[in-house]
Design a protein around this ligand. Structure first.
Ligand code: FES
Ligand code: MG
Length: 595
């Protein structure tokens, strides 16, 4: 057999050789080999022991945020070839945040399961995970963890900065802000559409610090991508170069047997939690980080968000918590510069291993920010204590509030009563799902005023199903016209990472799983104490018991097989919304599947 390959020796025999070079089973090997030769891979090459590198392709017409990967895959392949690997691109289940009904959250676990089977059941030695739109990042990292073959994240990158009439307009955030302008009568429907279109000027994922940017930044913070990978805009030359470098690097990782289990440690997850605070990152980071950690065998407890993340200041001036967008953030130094700042303040564990084969601390050398308008110094932040506040009480055991988007106006109205700072009471207006909210929010008989809290239930993993981004409810039009742009909100669903609403969300257990929101009634007073992390309905025990006996509100039936299975198997947002039964499968590539 001719073998034109490098002189490198892998740490152990690549698993793909069990398919293509199985001693005593030439019949089996022939069967595996023949079809791959159709597209230019030679039998010798497949048999001689080069690593086969999967490219998990998440882009397609149905997943436009990741569509750039269709083009980038050629650069990844060139890198893999040049480093002595064999590339094999294959599709993963697409996830498009804005378009998938009833919610894209349903598909994170579906894409996870699909990718696990692909990585396990085919002759793949290492994999490039092509990420972008929100759930495409955690789903693929979860799968790479379960299988535990060398894996590297290649983000597609964000869009270019969006501009409308000389003003920066960021994806998602422009929608929430324009909705309020529309309700206030400041813009027409047509202008609304134009502002949205202008916020999306190119290929790429959302250009705000929404869930997509947050999760790609988290992947980088975890050590799963080449430094700087998260924020290079999709159309930039550097994006293609990074794809090529990623392709080269994954081949080395295959030889080094550098697997996710060596990178994804409790320390690296705690680093990521701190980075999310400094970024003003999406509240969706909470379930996704917990999910990735659990699949990696790492425990992230509810207290970790307070113990490690809450006190970290907001350093990145980017929408929705700040002003700028990803293109400028990239030019300012991106995620490495934020982590450099955290490292100087002794906030990170820096001796953790990363995909570069070096430690995080080594990767961050010389990565100081170049634009202090966008990336602040640790001791001159945009806001102190910018992490997620964790709350509990008689309505739920766990919920979070993203403090970096609590506006000065909101603070003034609700959290500044002299002698009682951080505490407020509000009258609950309860909605059963978002249709109910849209039908009734402007109903005068509800008497909604600025001392109300808008509550939505039936929006969690079981109730929706999938857990919907609906908690960022806008006040009724009459309040917006008076200049009241946000009311306190609470719900068992999520909210968009691009939203600037100061909501209490991800409440677990959800009402459909027997959580306290099920017995809350419109008119009840709810007391929120941000200092103690408490949220309680002021309803006495006997009355609560009486209401519980009336049963929980109904939720819609399942409309597809996956919805039914998802509801049966998926846990609550506090616990990452993972399928618990899947957690017992770890490092499964160590066992070769039978022929
Ligand atoms: Fe896909 Fe925001 S909608 S990245
Ligand atoms: Mg979203």
């Amino acid at each position: 057999m001719r073998c034109a390959m490098s002189d490198r020796t892998p740490v152990r025999r690549f698993r793909s050789r069990d398919w293509f070079d199985a001693p005593h089973r030439s019949d089996m090997t022939a069967l595996y080999l023949e079809r791959f030769m159709n597209y230019g891979i030679t039998a010798d090459e497949l048999r001689c022991g080069k690593p086969i590198i999967g490219i998990a392709q998440s882009g397609s017409d149905i997943a436009p945020c990741n569509r750039v990967h269709l083009r980038l895959a050629d650069r990844i392949k060139a890198g893999i070839r040049d480093a002595g690997g064999i590339p094999m691109e294959f599709p993963v289940h697409p996830i498009f945040e804005n378009c998938r009904r009833p919610t894209a959250a349903l598909d994170r676990n579906l894409a996870y399961m699909g990718l696990v089977e692909l990585l396990y059941g085919y002759p793949i030695d290492a994999v490039v995970l092509t990420t972008g739109c929100d759930k495409t990042t955690p789903s693929q990292i979860m799968a790479a963890s379960t299988v535990d073959i060398p894996a590297i994240v290649q983000s597609g990158g964000p869009m270019l900065d969006g501009w409308h009439e000389g003003e920066l307009v960021g994806s998602g955030t422009v929608i929430w802000r324009s909705r309020r302008k529309l309700a206030a009568g400041e813009i027409t429907e047509e202008e609304f559409l134009q502002r949205a279109a202008d916020s999306a000027p190119s290929d790429g994922h959302c250009n705000t610090m929404g869930t997509a940017s947050t999760m790609n930044s988290v992947a980088e913070a975890l050590g799963m991508s080449i430094p700087g990978n998260a924020m290079v805009p999709a159309p930039y030359r550097e994006r293609g170069q990074m794809a090529y470098e990623t392709g080269r690097r994954i081949v080395d990782m295959a030889y080094e047997d550098l697997r996710p289990s060596k990178i994804l440690t409790r320390e690296s997850f705690i680093n990521a939690i701190k980075v999310v605070s400094a970024l003003g990152g999406s509240s969706n980071a909470q379930p996704h980080i917990v999910a990735m950690a659990r699949h990696a065998g790492v425990e992230i407890r509810p207290e970790d968000w307070m113990d490690h993340g809450y006190d970290v200041p907001l350093l990145v001036n980017m929408q929705p918590a700040g002003k700028y967008l990803s293109e400028r953030f990239h030019r300012a130094g991106g995620v490495p510069a934020v982590m450099w700042e955290l490292m100087q303040a002794n906030q990170l564990t820096t001796d953790v291993l990363t995909v570069t084969g070096k430690t995080l601390g080594e990767n961050l050398q010389g990565r100081e920010a170049s634009d202090r308008e966008v990336i602040r110094r640790y001791d001159q932040p945009l806001m102190e204590r910018a992490g997620f506040l964790v709350l509990k009480g008689n309505l739920f055991d766990f919920a979070i509030m993203k403090t970096s988007v609590i506006s000065p106006d909101f603070r003034q109205r609700y959290l500044s009563e002299p002698g009682n700072e951080g505490v407020f009471e509000a009258r609950a207006i309860v909605f059963d799902g978002s249709d109910d909210y849209h039908h009734r929010i402007n109903d005068p008989s509800l008497n909604i005023d600025e001392r109300c809290i808008l509550v939505i239930r039936g929006s969690g993993p079981i109730g929706w199903p999938g857990s919907a981004e609906v908690v960022n409810m806008q006040p009724p039009d009459h309040l917006i016209q008076k200049g009241i742009m946000s009311l306190p909100t609470l719900g068992d669903g999520r909210q968009s990472g691009t939203s600037d609403s100061p909501s209490i969300l991800n409440a677990s257990p959800e009402s459909a799983a027997g959580g306290g929101l099920a017995w809350l009634r419109t008119g009840d007073m709810v007391r929120i104490d941000l200092n103690k992390g408490e949220c309680n309905a002021l309803v006495d025990e006997a009355e609560i018991a009486r209401r519980k006996a009336e049963g929980a509100p109904a939720f819609p039936e399942s409309h597809s097989p996956w919805e039914e299975l998802y509801r049966e198997k998926t846990g609550q947002l506090r616990d990452g919304g993972v399928m618990d039964f899947a957690l017992k499968y770890k490092q499964i590539a160590a066992k070769t599947p039978r022929h």
